[in-house]
Write a protein that binds this ligand. Structure first.
Ligand code: APR
Length: 325
């Protein structure tokens, strides 16, 4: 009789734990395993939800022909030894809920999740997705002893991807040929930089008139809201998941991609003690470099205005959560 096969576990595949198995979390899990990038641990507060999604994804594994494993859990122990922790847990702003309420609720969720994860994965890179993004990223860093290079917020890649898509659609060119750059906080005051947006190396300022560019810039600023309005319930998740995947790939494959992300600033652009979207390089060690690119006076002013708004919300969140500043 043929001997029964036994499972053979090869160690040392990268591991990504995703906190929050909602739309962004589960779509990101799917992207990661289907690209064969890493094993995934999906954690949620709702019992059965991450387990059900993980099982569903595992049942698709043979058809999608990938070899990565997904587990679903409600227990932080299962996130142990992750290379990357992604935090998407939180609630969406509901009618009647003000900015303070959202800061307090999501601030509590995010900081508790980060603190629990740090116990089991102290060396991981922490990628924050929960909104309001820049503030949540700051709180993760502030309430843990993680190095600034190990905490990063996902927004610039998403905002840039949206701008790139609008440029490609406007010009009818290949999406692959468009590069965009959006700095600042992930909100109304974000700073798309047309001078640094190109199609195959040609600045878009050579390809479009000013009013068209302004229209695309405004559409980028309203990018999240446009989708919320169309969906009626919930918010965007495909492009956010793809943006997070792009960043995680740069980390796990040590690609040192140069991309915009919310990183800790210590004097760059005249800003201190804040997480804000600027260009950086992301590799296995985390944020390897924060780049200071040339900005006009008008652009610097806009970046500082965006920073002031983020800073106000950070201060409010610190007070709400009684965290010492
Ligand atoms: N611990 C773990 N998971 C939690 C917790 C918690 N304390 N609180 C909420 N969650 C889970 C919810 O149960 C839900 O499954 O977080 C998940 C959030 O999922 P969605 O509501 O579907 O939100 P999603 O669209 O995935 O967006 C997540 O990303 O883009 C941002 O603004 C968006 O902050 C939001 C986040």
């Amino acid at each position: 009789m043929t001997k029964p096969l036994t499972a053979c576990h090869i160690k040392n595949f990268p591991k990504v734990s995703i906190i929050g198995a909602g739309n962004v979390g589960k779509t990101l899990a799917q992207r990661i395993v289907e690209h064969n990038l890493a094993d995934v641990c999906l954690l949620d507060i709702v019992e059965g939800l991450p387990q059900g999604i993980a099982l569903d994804l595992m049942e698709a594994r043979g058809l999608e022909l990938h070899t990565r494993k997904v587990v679903g859990t409600n227990d932080y122990q299962d996130t142990a030894n992750s290379d990357v922790i992604v935090i998407t847990a939180g609630i969406a702003r509901k009618p009647g809920m003000n900015r303070e309420d959202l800061l307090k609720i999501n601030g509590k969720i995010v900081t508790e999740a980060a603190q629990k994860c740090v116990n089991y994965s102290p060396n991981a890179l922490y990628l924050v997705i929960t909104n309001p993004l820049d503030v949540m990223t700051y709180l993760v860093w502030k309430t843990t002893d993680l190095a600034t290079s190990k905490v990063v917020g996902m927004a610039g890649v998403l905002d840039s991807a949206r701008l790139q898509a609008f440029i490609a659609m406007e010009l009818g060119v290949s999406f692959n040929d468009v590069q965009g750059m959006v700095l600042g906080g992930h909100g109304d005051l974000m700073l798309p930089l047309p001078r640094y947006c190109t199609v195959s190396g040609i600045p878009i300022t050579e390809l479009m008139d000013e009013s068209t560019i302004n229209r695309l810039v405004q559409r980028t600023r309203d990018g999240g809201a446009e989708i919320v309005k169309l969906l009626k319930t919930g918010s965007a998740f495909y492009a956010p998941a793809s943006s997070a995947y792009y960043m995680i790939e740069s980390v796990l494959l040590n690609q040192s991609r140069l991309l915009p992300a919310a990183v800790y600033l210590q004097g760059e652009y005249g800003l201190n003690d804040i997480f804000l979207g600027v260009p950086c390089r992301l590799g296995y060690c985390g944020v390897e470099q924060v780049l200071e690119i040339n900005l006009t006076t008008k652009e610097i002013d806009a970046l500082q205005e965006s920073a002031r708004s983020v800073r106000d919300n950070i201060d409010l969140a610190l007070t709400q959560l009684t965290i010492n500043n």
